[in-house]
Design a protein around this ligand. Sequence first.
Ligand SMILES: Cc1cc2nc3c(=O)[nH]c(=O)nc-3n(C[C@H](O)[C@H](O)[C@H](O)COP(=O)(O)O)c2cc1C
Length: 133
Amino acid sequence: MPKLTGTVKDVFTKTAIYPVATASKDGVPNVVPIHFVKIYDEDTILLVDNFMNKSLKNLQENPQIAISVWDMNTNQAYQIKGQATIVTSGKPFDEAIAWVKKGMPDVNPKSAILMQVTHIYNTQPGSDLGKEL
Ligand SMILES: Cc1cc2nc3c(=O)[nH]c(=O)nc-3n(C[C@H](O)[C@H](O)[C@H](O)COP(=O)(O)O)c2cc1C
């Protein structure tokens, strides 16, 4: 499995708002901007569900999820795909709550989404465009 290391990690950690794509079981796509997204470990991304509605419903019936990141200063861009698990207790959920409450005390996270990364593709136009890492 590809790792969230090197230039992927560099671009990812510089990003402030992440386009997060999900799909219904029938394949209807949905994409939303999400701020609370971070690398949890080299294989896993943590997203915090504060306000998700269609996104959460989609993940409940279809765990496939994708995130796009790019850095226009360094001309690096990646498409990250994976499988989501919805978590409402335990360490990742506690960490999600603490993270959100630090900056937004009035917001109450509903769940933590753990995204197990399965594929990473290069989306930067050039000789590596479309290549899988
Ligand atoms: C800049 C920005 C950042 C956002 N960050 C989050 C977030 O971290 N977590 C969250 O659950 N919703 C966040 N939202 C709300 C979602 O984008 C979206 O409105 C919500 O998931 C409901 O849409 P849905 O029904 O398609 O899921 C953010 C919205 C904006 C505009």
